[in-house]
Write a protein of this length. Structure first.
Length: 398
């Protein structure tokens, strides 16, 4: 390539301007006085879009839609990209360029990183054409392998979340990109028609049962326990999960609030215990079920219990006395303070749907679900299972 192009960014910029403005490469070469094929070499080296090679085109570029509006709510326009190019030439920061065109600095940063030339030079015309090419639809879809789809469907039928599936596939196929899929790709396949080959009804296997994403609602109102320990009094070792034996509990409520299942989750191992409440979920029934289930654990694995401020825990003093474990309560309207239990209850909704009669589930049914959840790989445990983590603790203690 001639030294004129090699040593002159301004000359290269002129060449890009001509081609992006609709001048064929061969004509741009003649206008700038460079040898034949030099422009083609420069264009390929800059990582530019493919040129039209039809009869009479002789290297004509597709500039993209130059009339597209810019500003908030729109993609960047060609005029905005020109301002970004000028700002870069003037060595302005991303924030300063953003203020000039009414965008945030992060938008400018992403634009430059996505659409600049490989050598770091940002050219408005080439960036605009690149962005237009990337925005073309429809695009190919990653989840079109029948074997991979079958594996995803089988795991989702068993209650696995898209994120867990993605992480397990990444662990099992570290060097095989075709054997992996991101959780966002799975969600797109579930929420957008014709986006892959998963079953159309598979979104019902999600914990929310929703076909679209929605924001969370407000927390439910609960009762008062003015004389009980607050979660603020809970030992620091429970908060950082450094020591096992700290549990969080709540109820999963069924249809018309007449049926329920108790849930207990250990914070360190995420091991889950389900409490069978076949007739009611009064304070007496919940306390009896909790004492019976947790009495089987060694003392070092029942250090504390944290619960929401529901009336079902009115007999918390009896629970504390029988299990020799202090009971703590969340602040009013703050169920998120029991994050481990809230997340587990959401997983359990795969088997125990809202607005259904939970009293139909037998104790054996609860044991089966409990075992399924405790033998499922968990991302928070580096894809180990809660059952394995608890077994290791019991073996260590023995």
């Amino acid at each position: 390539m001639p030294n004129g192009f090699q040593n002159s960014p301004a000359l290269r910029r002129q060449f890009f301007d001509l081609v992006c403005a609709g001048t064929p490469v061969i004509r741009a070469e003649e206008r700038l006085g460079v040898s034949r094929n030099t422009g083609w070499y420069l264009w390929r080296k800059a990582g530019a879009m493919r040129l039209l090679q039809g009869k009479g085109d002789k290297g004509l570029a597709e500039p993209g839609d130059l009339s597209r509006p810019g500003g908030r709510g729109h993609r960047l326009s060609f005029g905005e990209r020109i301002e970004i190019m000028r700002g870069r030439d003037a060595q302005l920061t991303y924030a300063e360029i953003g203020r000039q065109i009414g965008r945030t600095g992060s938008v400018i940063w992403r634009e430059v990183n996505r659409n600049a030339n490989p050598d770091g030079d940002y050219h408005a015309g080439m960036a605009h054409a690149r962005a237009t090419q990337k925005a073309k639809r429809p695009k190919g879809f990653a989840l079109d392998d029948p074997a991979l789809c079958a594996k995803v469907e089988a795991w989702m039928d068993d209650g696995w979340s898209p994120r867990l599936i993605a992480e397990v596939l990444a662990r099992d196929h570290p060097d095989d990109k075709l054997g992996r899929v991101s959780h966002e790709t799975i969600y797109k396949c579930l929420y957008v028609q014709t986006r892959g080959h998963l079953r159309a009804d598979l979104h019902r296997c999600l914990s929310t049962k929703r076909a679209t994403r929605k924001t969370r609602g407000q927390s439910e109102r609960r009762g008062k326990f003015n004389d009980a320990f607050s979660i603020r009094d809970r030992p620091a070792e429970a908060e950082d999960r450094a020591v096992p034996g700290h549990w969080e509990g709540d109820l999963i409520i069924g249809a018309n609030s007449s049926s329920a299942i108790g849930t207990l989750v250990e914070r360190t191992t995420r091991f889950t215990i389900l409490l069978h409440l076949p007739t009611d979920h009064t304070a007496e029934s919940v306390a009896s079920a909790m004492i019976a289930a947790m009495s089987e654990l060694p003392a070092h694995l029942r250090r504390t219990i944290t619960w929401d401020r529901g009336s079902e825990m009115a007999n918390w003093r009896e629970v504390k006395l029988q299990l020799q474990a202090p009971v703590y309560f969340c602040d009013p309207h703050s169920p998120w303070q029991r994050g481990t239990n809230e997340n587990t209850n959401r997983l359990l909704r795969f088997w125990f749907e809202k607005s259904t009669d939970l009293s139909v589930h037998t104790k054996a049914d609860l044991k089966r679900v409990q075992d399924k959840l405790n033998t499922r790989p968990r991302p928070t445990l580096d894809l180990n299972t809660p059952a394995d983590r608890l077994a290791a603790l019991l073996t260590q203690a023995a």
